[in-house]
Design a protein around this ligand. Sequence first.
Ligand code: MIC
Ligand code: SF4
Length: 641
Amino acid sequence: MKGSITHKILKEHLVKGEWDKGSEIGIRIDQTLTQDATGTMAYLQLEALGIKRVKTELSVSYVDHNTLQNGFENADDHRYLQSVASNYGIWFSRPGNGICHQVHLERFGAPGKTLLGSDSHTPTAGGLGMLGIGAGGLDVAVAMAGAPFYLGLPEVVLVKLEGKLPPWVGAKDIILELLRQLSVKGGVGKIIEYAGSGVKTLSVPERATITNMGAELGATSSLFPSDEVTLEFLKQQGREEVWKPLEADGGAVYDQEITIDLSTLEPLVAAPHSPDAVKTIEQAGSVSVDQVAFGSCTNGSYDDLWLLSEIMKGRVVHPGVSLVVAPGSRQVLLRLTRDGILEKLVSAGARILESACGPCIGMGQAPPSGGVSVRTFNRNFPGRSGTNDAGVYLAGPAVAAVAAVTGRLTDPRELGEYPQQPATRTMIIDDRMLIAPGAENGHEEIIRGPNIKPIPINSTMPEKIEAKVLLVVGDNITTDHIMPGGSKVLPLRSNIEALSEFVFESVDKEFASKARESGKGIIVAGDNYGQGSSREHAALAPMFLGVKAVIAKSFARIHHANLVNFGILPMVFCDLNDYDNFSTGDQLVIDNIEEQLDLKEIVIKNASKGRNYRATHLLSARQVEIVKEGGLLNYTRKEKA
Ligand code: MIC
Ligand code: SF4
């Protein structure tokens, strides 16, 4: 990766470890972000770490996920987050100010800096040339306390963008094309770097659409160079002082190279139920559409909504379609209002939602039974929309807008001429919904509602695990399967006992009661286990239910780290075919854990099948110690002591 942008940023931030392939490095984190659905737990953990003030250059606590406020829980969480932010030296972005990634891009992101966020789409910041990495809340809490963030030295993939996009084809189609080529696990352990003549044709919000959805490749991060386009964006945001040029050196070395000729791309969609089920509109066939949803951290920009308004001009939404729009940030919403775009949208029949995640995480606007929703979002996992049998197509704004007019998946090129982009209009800079941290020595009471319960703490890893296989699952199991989102479950994020009732709800309704009955258990999984979000609750709640280990063919990066952080042992099969020999209910025994972890050779006795199987682990020496201690909180406290 010599000479790449990744290399430059990592080298500059390297504080621990050796620069060797496969080794673990520790990097200094300049900025952190949290959002409310992961933030409550992150800050409970920060409190437990016992520091007084964050040690980062900048930390921001956003409220954007849990904004439906069906009961007191969300509002209580918001109040807790605001009081913690004030005390600990953290900026607070109030509900209504927008989606964390979009607001961070607009108001805080800076080329060449590192950003750790308790949300998997933190790499959105890569649109500015900032290294954004998603992590569990505990990792973010530890980074706020000033400790390095550890990661395996990533491979670097160069994606060369050549030429220029044709009319009606957008940034979303570029990342969908990459998902088509690489799949949802193609980016695991990798950072995707963009270069080539096509880069300068893409605005910062377009670049951010691409880096945002690099998370769906499983990539650790995605990075664009910082160039004159970046400078122009920052100038418009009144923040040009944070700009610095950043590009790869000539002759930079990469682990993999891909070239995409932008001029050959077509409008694409990701069909239900995976972001890599990518098809052209023709391949998708005849699809009648019930709902069109605009927004999310992928496509909630001003230009995305401007395009919608142009396509809807003089028209009204198709009678069979409900069109919902959630602008990505308050800045975007203010501009839409000033420029008369909001009026056009409302007049076309759009239902305007607040600037927040909303339908993207099943917070309202669930589609009808068996319905089809076309969304400009980034994930279409089963049930995530709030309707289990709905089919979600992910698309760029052009495809989504045309579907709102025709009521069917339609190739937008059929509409004729592409609307004329207006000359750049100025941004509206208004930071009054951002609350600056309280004074260093000031003290405000930390307000906890009744739904905010203490964090459960794991015990140390026993020498012997004797437990049943509670569940065998297949490939690409998402964190939405393990720990669902949605308006019913998300409000319980700071109450692990209540939350744990929903673990694996859509896969096995009895999972929680079975786990509770057994007192402990093991999960067996296929490839890419735990893809998707950064929610540490997908490790914390199973830990609470007694899950001691997960044996899989392979893991997604963030979930693997979260399992370690909560003292659940992640193992991989030495012979992948052995996966077929495990069934739900099998009684397993793993003995001499300490020694086997050190040797990286783990014998799993399947007493029900009367056979032994071999597994290994992908843990660094540091992570082995964390697992032995029963998780990162115990480990950090012990280290401090
Ligand atoms: C998501 O898009 O799945 C989320 C909701 O933003 C998650 C975080 C969470 O579960 O709170 C993510 O992407 O990390
Ligand atoms: Fe919010 Fe959706 Fe982005 Fe997650 S993917 S941060 S839920 S908008």
